[in-house]
Design a binder for this molecule. Sequence first.
Ligand code: GLY
Ligand code: MN
Ligand code: MN
Length: 464
Amino acid sequence: MHPTHTTLYTQRRFELSRQMGRGAVAIVPTAHEQTRNRDNDFLFRHDSYFYYLCGFTEPNAWLIISGDGHTTLFCQPKDPDREIWDGVRLGPQAAPQTLDVDAAFSITELDARLPGLLDGCASVWYAFATHKGLETRIDGWLGHLRSKARLGALCPWSFNDLCGVLDDMRLIKDVHEQAIMRHAAHISACAHIRAMQWCAMRVRAGLDVREYHLDAELLHEFRLNGSQYPAYGSVVAAGANACVLHYRAGDGCVHSGELVLIDAACELDGYASDITRTFPANGIFTGPQKSLYELVLASQEAAIAAIGVGARLSDLHDASVKVLSQGMLDLGLLDKNKVGTVSDVIEKRHYFQFYMHKTSHWLGMDVHDCGTYFEPSEMNQVSTRVDPLTGDTLRERPSRILRAGMTLTIEPGIYVRPAPNVPEVFYNIGIRIEDDAIVTESGCELITRDVPVGVADIEALMRA
Ligand code: GLY
Ligand code: MN
Ligand code: MN
């Protein structure tokens, strides 16, 4: 039986307390509300650490967790006038029962109560450099406490970064988290299918198709299926726009004969998905598009084959770079008379002209989720090397060893900007293929393949 949500969050708080140890106290605020313009706010999104520990989504809330697991919540007080405008608030009276916390007070009592909650604790834990103004608030509470020293108050004497412990906890997704992420991935896959089919139908009919039209189709499918918002700003890039890595859905025209790159996915109940598909606007790949597409797909397959418990995260990148580099030589994107063998291409990073990002990142509550990319047990094994392209000296640590339950993306690409020595048939083609995977004992589970990825499958889908 799965634990109920309440006990799940309580278990996480107890695990955090266990790792902090007695005498510790953790201070965890949720996110700030952000003004968009004048009196108009951006849609509120809770802080991921805060949500991970209590599942509460209201703004203006703080968690204080002590080393013995005792948890105090500060939250917005009930206020009939404000609730008419902003909606129902849980309020401190109902919070202990609903959220399984030990005590709850109005947020208006935070400054008055915090010195007392810190009094006598040895160490204060908070997420370093993540929350604007947090250090100043803590300073204020400690200063107040110190001023009471002659009355016997004892000020904490060490600070610890909460990110270290929480990031490692969040890096391994439990069954509850995996279930939400599978669902989010499914909704996002359906959205990609919808956008592809809508695009082909309209382009074939000779109708005007803009990037923002496809963005609207994605959003429709996300919201129709209960997603709260996109997990990140949707990239919908037609033609040459696909070579701009962080291009956002604009008003570009989608032309028959060109490719469209969509990197868009939803957030569901606090968890992100992250999918990229690249498809021909009219539903049929041209020869050069197909050659590059199949190369990117082969490089993704090589990276996927490298995933497994005990492998290193860098193995994925190395596997995709090897396939891409060989393909760049075979297709003439790189001239072997100038750059040499595939080993030279990799060693001197010639591939970087067309593939300039990494193959993978952690995925979870945040689309680029928390967790170090080096192996913590080997963090002192630092090696240095000189980057052949920039001349910079890079310090490297052994890459993270994969464990079951880690969740990551696999997203190789090729981006061909016009340049001398590059065959013109490939000019302005940008392709990325991105799927999400949960690491399992026997390899990985791909959770985004409800949207097809093969050339023939995409063409069949877009004919339908
Ligand atoms: N959508 C952001 C990324 O692919 O990393
Ligand atoms: Mn990604
Ligand atoms: Mn993406």
